[in-house]
Design a protein around this ligand. Structure first.
Ligand code: AMP
Length: 228
């Protein structure tokens, strides 16, 4: 990992789970509570697409169709971000890896840095509930805080609780057709990673169908235990 700042003491956590399982919400809460950096390849790809980079342009159509962006692009983008100084405090990978090829590439990157995965935590949810969850979600366009029409509304309609911005965003790929494709990709390409990490002895699972704060408290305990 040339130039990467992940040190031998920097914890690495992976959040596994289908779209809508709450990976982003929980990763942000862990970031706030534990000081780790949330690394979302979805966010990195959306930023690259918005910036019009070659990788972003290539990824855009695939993301809009609910497919998986090529391992080559995603690994390059993640490797680049891992090199940033803030990652030295530890990272929570949200939405990466999503294929066995990505998982193997991550193992190699970490081995080169003398680092290991502290835990891969699988957020377990029902497919049927995922579509409802995804279709109600939105984020603050300023600070990125995540909300949901039913499960986590803003205190004041249309105003971010965290930063006060009124610029709210909904993702273009959060529509029923694309969500169905994303769930199909998850079961085909990503769900096998549960067995992959179980085989490495780092898998932990938790029921992620309940209240956000209760899940966050359980997750935080798991992270604290696996941090050392
Ligand atoms: P997310 O924000 O994690 O829901 O990701 C949104 C979209 O970005 C996905 O549906 C994929 O098209 C793409 N994407 C994000 N992370 C990955 C990844 N690790 N591998 C391939 N595609 C990804």
């Amino acid at each position: 990992m040339d130039g990467a700042q992940v040190t031998a003491t920097a914890p690495v956590f992976i959040l596994l789970g289908p779209p809508g399982a709450g990976k982003g919400t929980q990763a942000r809460m862990l970031q706030d509570a534990h000081g780790f950096v949330q690394l979302s390849t979805g966010d990195l790809l959306r930023a690259a697409a918005a910036a019009g980079t070659d990788a972003g342009e290539a990824a855009k159509a695939v993301m809009e169709a609910g497919g998986l962006v090529s391992d080559e692009i995603v690994i390059a983008i993640l490797k680049d971000r891992l090199g940033d100084e803030d990652c030295a405090h530890g990272v929570i990978l949200d939405g990466f890896p999503r294929t066995t090829g990505q998982a193997e590439a991550l193992d190699e990157l970490l081995a080169e840095a003398g680092q290991h995965i502290n835990a891969a935590i699988s957020l377990e949810v029902d497919d049927a509930a995922m579509v409802a969850r995804i279709s109600g979600r939105f984020t603050c366009g300023n600070c990125g805080e995540g909300y949901h029409d039913v499960h986590k509304p803003t205190a004041v309609l249309g105003t971010c609780d965290k930063c006060g911005s009124t610029h709210m965003k909904r993702r273009a790929d959060d529509n029923a057709e694309t969500v169905a494709q994303r769930l199909t990709e998850y079961h085909k390409q990503t769900a096998p990673l549960i067995a992959y990490y179980e085989g490495k002895g780092v898998l932990q699972s938790l029921d992620a169908m309940g209240e956000i704060d209760a899940i966050a408290a359980t997750l935080s305990g798991m992270v604290r235990e696996a941090e050392g």
